[in-house]
Design a protein around this ligand. Structure first.
Ligand SMILES: NC(=O)c1ccc[n+]([C@@H]2O[C@H](COP(=O)([O-])OP(=O)(O)OC[C@H]3O[C@@H](n4cnc5c(N)ncnc54)[C@H](O)[C@@H]3O)[C@@H](O)[C@H]2O)c1
Length: 328
């Protein structure tokens, strides 16, 4: 069985591609390299193209059985400054991909959604039935596509799984691939970099939140746990493929355990053996104090739970960062 992985030269897509291959799937990566890296795609077939390019997609879709869709713009702040860019790629581009997949006879689709669809929820942990009220264009673009998948499932029998990731972090234990974003905005790589002699100090946004130590609490999920969940999602779609009705499933992917910014800083200090230089700034508007997943549905429906903890995340990210800086 062959899977098209859009955004496969990016951070999470490249890890999922390896997990798929380990489970015996054929994998074709599709990426326009706008934010991806050839080295993350090494060892895989990479078709360079844009998800909005129907003609480029057609022959590739003709030779796969399912799509895993990671390709998107994914900076919340940038989406507020430049919503047009986000709706063009994450909605218009994504719909071109979806329609092309449908036209090619594909009925299985796995989508990278986000906890950003929940906005600023009142309750924690967050279950899937929590109202989806995104507070920025990035979250709105993810919600739009979830809704499109649901409508396509009812109307056309497309079966889909939307995976709402919480905070992806860490790196493949092989040290071959890991997190590469430019600019980097994620806490784990920024904290690790701030412990190196030449890295910039970490800026912490707010220490007066209503949390135990005053800093924001998030649910950090190891990228290889996420990758495994994608394989489970695909198996879920395969098992139900004979069903007459469609079906669109949405599940949270998190550990169910929150860690504050300062806890991540401490974990980074333990991994590197050096202090993380940091400054404390004001809160960022729209940053909820606590975002933690209720992962029960992923366990009951997909049989998936996270296996790795914060120490695993930080140590694998540190191993990758060291290897990456010595090889670049
Ligand atoms: N990193 C996180 O913590 C996180 C959390 C929730 C959701 N997500 C979602 O997961 C997905 C992957 O995130 P990531 O962190 O790996 O990002 P990433 O930027 O590393 O990967 C995205 C990849 O998509 C490619 N791409 C973007 N637009 C494209 C287009 N029009 N055509 C073809 N390729 C295109 C980029 O070149 C890049 O390789 C995204 O959809 C993101 O919104 C990420």
């Amino acid at each position: 069985m062959a899977i098209l992985v859009t955004g496969g030269a990016g951070y999470i897509g490249s890890h999922a591609a390896r997990a798929l291959r380990r489970s015996g799937y054929e994998v074709v990566l599709y990426d326009n390299l706008s934010a991806g890296f050839r080295r993350l795609a090494q060892g895989f077939e990479l078709v360079e193209g844009d998800i909005a390019d129907e003609a480029r997609l057609r022959p590739v879709l003709a030779r796969v059985d399912a799509v895993m869709h990671f390709a998107a713009h994914a900076y919340v702040g940038e989406s507020v400054e430049n919503p047009r860019k986000y709706f063009r790629n994450n909605v218009l581009g994504a719909l071109t991909l979806l329609n092309s997949a449908l036209d090619a006879g594909i009925r299985r689709f796995v989508f990278s959604s986000s906890c950003a669809v929940y906005g600023v929820p009142e309750q924690s942990p967050i279950a899937e039935r929590t109202p989806r009220e995104p507070v920025n264009p990035y979250g709105a673009s993810k919600l739009f596509f979830e809704n499109a998948l649901q409508a396509y499932s009812r109307a056309y029998g497309l079966r889909s799984v939307s995976l709402r990731y919480f905070n992806a972090a860490g790196a493949d234990e092989s040290g071959e691939i890991g997190e590469l974003h430019d600019p980097e905005t994620h806490l784990v790589p920024l904290a690790l970099a701030a412990s190196t002699p030449n890295g910039p100090a970490l800026r912490i946004y707010g220490s007066d939140y209503p949390t135990p130590d005053g800093t924001c609490v998030r649910d950090y999920i190891h990228v290889n746990d996420l990758a495994d969940a994608h394989v489970r999602a695909l198996q879920y779609l395969e098992n139900g493929v004979g069903e007459k009705s469609g079906g669109s499933l949405a599940v949270n992917l998190g550990t169910g355990r929150g860690h504050s910014v300062l806890e991540v800083v401490q974990a980074a200090e333990s991994a590197t053996g050096r202090p993380v230089r940091r400054t404390i700034g004001p809160q960022r508007p729209g940053d909820p104090p606590i975002l933690v997943a209720d992962p029960a549905k992923a366990q009951s429906v997909l049989g998936w739970t996270a296996k790795r903890n914060l120490a695993d995340i930080v140590s694998s990210a540190w191993a990758w960062m060291q290897k990456n800086s010595s090889s670049s």
